[in-house]
Design a protein around this ligand. Structure first.
Ligand SMILES: Nc1nc2c([nH]c(=O)n2[C@H]2C[C@H](O)[C@@H](COP(=O)(O)OP(=O)(O)OP(=O)(O)O)O2)c(=O)[nH]1
Length: 134
């Protein structure tokens, strides 16, 4: 995981990630962001879910989630993130995005998740959640 140093979710413990660039697939983006943020090359990332975030103001963002169990390199701090290792059995949910406690355990059990979470415009409160998984 990472401690995010700037941008949306600054200070939270989350995962390497970011916005898809022009002419880039979500998979390519996931690989690039892991490299940029913590300096590792992830091997064979597998898509494990799609999460839609809605805000009251009508903004909608779609997050594609990938899981990689192997990587090349040694994780290192960047301008954006401090890499940290956490135990699967002791995830730091108190310092994570509130919705992660709903979908992350499912992903770690091997499920594919499809969730919609509705937030206030300032991202402080989650108003509703709906998750399907297979
Ligand atoms: N785990 C998790 N990640 C989230 C949630 N909401 C949310 O926007 N994210 C992720 C998606 C993006 O990777 C990131 C959004 O932050 P951002 O728009 O500042 O993007 P960034 O700085 O990481 O990326 P970039 O500008 O380098 O492209 O946070 C959430 O509820 N849980």
């Amino acid at each position: 995981m990472i401690k995010k140093k700037r941008g949306l979710g600054e200070g939270l413990i989350t995962f390497p990630g970011g916005k898809v660039e022009e002419n880039e697939t979500p998979l390519e983006c996931a690989i690039r962001e892991a490299e940029e943020e913590v300096g590792i090359k992830i091997i064979n990332p597998k898509k494990v879910g799609v999460i839609t975030f809605k805000q009251i103001n009508g903004n909608v963002q779609v997050m594609h989630v990938y899981l990689a169990t192997e990587f090349i390199g040694l994780s290192k701090e960047s301008d954006e993130a401090i890499p940290i290792w956490v135990s699967r059995n002791d995830l730091p949910f108190k310092n994570m995005w509130i919705d992660d406690r709903i979908w992350l355990p499912l992903v770690l059990e091997g499920k594919y998740v499809n969730c919609v979470f509705e937030f206030t415009d300032d991202w402080k409160f989650m108003i509703s959640s709906l998750c399907e998984f297979t």
